[in-house]
Design a protein around this ligand. Structure first.
Ligand SMILES: C[S@@+](CC[C@H](N)C(=O)[O-])C[C@H]1O[C@@H](n2cnc3c(N)ncnc32)[C@H](O)[C@@H]1O
Length: 204
C-alpha cells in the first residue's frame, strides 16, 4: 500500500493558506535581516545575486531595486513561495534578468554570482558542506557569500535536517564548515536574538 507523504513543517515548506500567513509574518520579522544583507552585499558592488531559499521574495526585490542588479536568481523548493516571489518581482523583469525557480541547495543555477545569500534557509540543508562547496563554485572570485543563520542554540527541533544546526553550537560549526569548503569569514554580526549574520569570501 502506498504510504501517505509526510507534510513538512511550514517553515521548511510553506504551503496553502497557512503558508501564505507564514510568509507574511516571516517577511515582517526578517526586515532587519534583509536590510543587513543588502548593506553587506553593497560592499561587493554586485551586478548579479543568487538567493538560496528566497521565501516571499522580499530580499530579492529589495536587492534588485537598491543595488541596481543586472541579474537576480533564486531557488526555493516551495511552490507557493515560487509563485509569490514571481508575482512580487514581475515588474522588475524589464530591467533585470530574473530567474526565480523551484529548487534547493542541491540544485543551484550556474554562476558566477557576485553575491550569494541564504537567510534562514541554511538550517534546511541536509549536507551543508557539500552545499557550501557548490555555492563556492558559483561565486565570482571577489564575491561574497552571506548567510543569516536561524540560531537555535540547544533547542533545535528534531526535524531540522542540517546536522550543524543540531549541534547546539551552530555559529562556530558553520564557520568551521565554511573554512573546510574554501571560504574565509570576513564579517559576523548578531542581527537579532535569533539571527546571526556571517559574510564570507573565497579564501586564498
Ligand atoms: C524561514 S523561510 C525564509 C525565507 C526567506 N529567506 C526570508 O528570509 O524571508 C525558509 C525558506 O527556505 C526554503 N527552503 C527549505 N528547504 C530548503 C533547501 N533545502 N534549500 C533552499 N531553500 C529551502 C523554504 O521553502 C522557505 O521558503
Amino acid at each position: 500500500m502506498a504510504q501517505a507523504k509526510k507534510k513538512l513543517p511550514q517553515a521548511m515548506r510553506p504551503s496553502g493558506r497557512v503558508g501564505r500567513v507564514f510568509g507574511w509574518v516571516m517577511a515582517r520579522l526578517n526586515r532587519d535581516a534583509y536590510r543587513w544583507t543588502v548593506a553587506q552585499a553593497r560592499a561587493a558592488n554586485p551586478k548579479s545575486f543568487l538567493e538560496i531559499g528566497f521565501g516571499t521574495g522580499h530580499l530579492l526585490k529589495t536587492a534588485v531595486k537598491s543595488l541596481k542588479l543586472e541579474r537576480a536568481s533564486g531557488v526555493d523548493p516551495s511552490e507557493l513561495m515560487v509563485e509569490t516571489a514571481r508575482k512580487r518581482m514581475k515588474r522588475l523583469a524589464k530591467k533585470t534578468a530574473l530567474d526565480i525557480r523551484m529548487g534547493d541547495d542541491t540544485a543551484l543555477p550556474e554562476g558566477p554570482f557576485d553575491v550569494i545569500a541564504a537567510l534562514h534557509s541554511f538550517q534546511f540543508w541536509s549536507d551543508p558542506e557539500a552545499a557550501l562547496r557548490r555555492a563556492r563554485e558559483r561565486l565570482a572570485p571577489d564575491g561574497r557569500l552571506i548567510l543569516v543563520l536561524r540560531v537555535h542554540g540547544r533547542r533545535t527541533p528534531k526535524w531540522i535536517p542540517n546536522p550543524l544546526s543540531r549541534t547546539g553550537n551552530e555559529i562556530a560549526e558553520t564557520c568551521t564548515a565554511l573554512q573546510r569548503a574554501g571560504f574565509s569569514v570576513v564579517g559576523m554580526q548578531g542581527i537579532s536574538k535569533a539571527s546571526q549574520g556571517i559574510v564570507a569570501r573565497i579564501s586564498g
